[in-house]
Write a new protein. Structure first.
Length: 305
């Protein structure tokens, strides 16, 4: 039983296999073909937080692959006092073939994976967003033509998205640089974990955005206050003010692309001029969530064509 809870659940070869299936399915989709690789398979999406991209791209992916999906929001009683996660997961796993879970707590997704008896995919937790990172590096390869040896500069909070990107970059031979204010870098536990599992990973941290983007093939940012941190938003606006990705910063790396997982807080972590500008690839980046997740589902369920 394979799960995708964090990107390090995959080897580099497995990531490449998922990319290859995704690419094949994307080319067929562009040519008007939607191969039913997963007929009558059922995906449950169990979400404790809002979502546009993750929810809709997974639901569309299952439809394209000939399967079905169902969205279970708060009224399902997940992670509430209605019933235990153990009972919820064991029952749900009897109905469906695969589960995507977006949770306030990473531990909840791990617990679900332990009991469900079907593959569980992390659709975002406080710690990780592996589907996002996979689609991002799939996109970067499409844009640049290669991945190994590139530098990805993440300017902003060392959050779930940054952590998953850092690990996946380490896995695929990309240098990852985080530019963040003091107090918002990666924590020691995460640094030690990455050093232990990926000793060759090049993961640098700085508080200087200009230095971070100097050799970057991609400049990436995300919201300063993630879902669940809304109460800190005003304070974080002050702390992160010097980390806005604006035209002056992008002018330091004119050949770099601009990436953002979305949703964006325009005028905070990124200006309109950058996100709508010539270096931005945020819309194809979001579109690729669909293609990558089709490849992931086909790979995880062992039905790649
Ligand atoms: N990027 C991303 O995961 O978007 P949603 O929160 O809309 O799913
Ligand atoms: N870091 C953001 C990502 C949203 C896709 C959050 O967790 O809210």
């Amino acid at each position: 039983m394979r799960h995708l809870i964090v990107p390090e659940n995959l080897t580099a070869a497995e990531v490449e296999a998922i990319f290859a299936i995704s690419r094949d399915l994307q080319e067929k989709f562009v040519a008007g073909r939607r191969d039913a690789l997963l007929p009558a398979r059922v995906l449950a999406l169990v979400f404790e937080k809002p979502s546009l991209r993750t929810r809709v791209s997974f639901e569309a992916a299952m439809t394209h692959l000939g399967g079905a999906s169902m969205f279970l929001g708060e009224d399902s009683g997940f992670a509430s006092s209605r019933e235990s996660i153990t009972d919820f997961g064991r029952v749900l796993g009897g109905y469906v073939d695969v589960i995507v879970c977006r949770s306030r707590s990473h531990d909840t997704i791990e617990r679900l994976a332990e009991v469900a008896g079907v593959p569980v995919i992390n659709g975002l937790s406080d710690l990780a967003h592996p589907c996002q990172a996979l689609a991002d590096l799939y996109t970067l390869r499409q844009e640049v033509g290669r991945l190994h040896g590139l530098t990805l500069a993440f300017v902003g909070d060392g959050n779930n998205v940054a952590r998953s990107l850092a690990v996946l970059c380490g896995l695929l031979g990309i240098r990852f640089v985080l530019a963040a204010p003091r107090g918002y870098h990666f924590d020691t536990t995460f640094r030690r974990h990455v050093a232990a599992i990926l000793p060759d990973a090049e993961i640098d941290e700085t508080d200087d955005p200009a230095a971070a983007v100097a050799d970057a093939a991609a400049v990436y940012t995300d919201v300063w206050a993630s879902m669940g941190q809304e109460a800190e938003r005003a304070a974080r606006q002050k702390v992160f003010a010097a980390y806005q990705v604006d035209e002056a910063l992008m002018a330091r790396c004119p050949d770099a692309v601009f990436m953002h997982c979305l949703p964006a807080r325009r005028g905070e972590e990124v200006t309109d001029a950058v996100i709508d500008g010539p270096q931005s690839i945020v819309i194809p980046q979001a579109a690729n969530r669909l293609h990558l997740q089709k490849g992931l589902l086909a790979w995880l369920l062992g039905h790649a064509g």
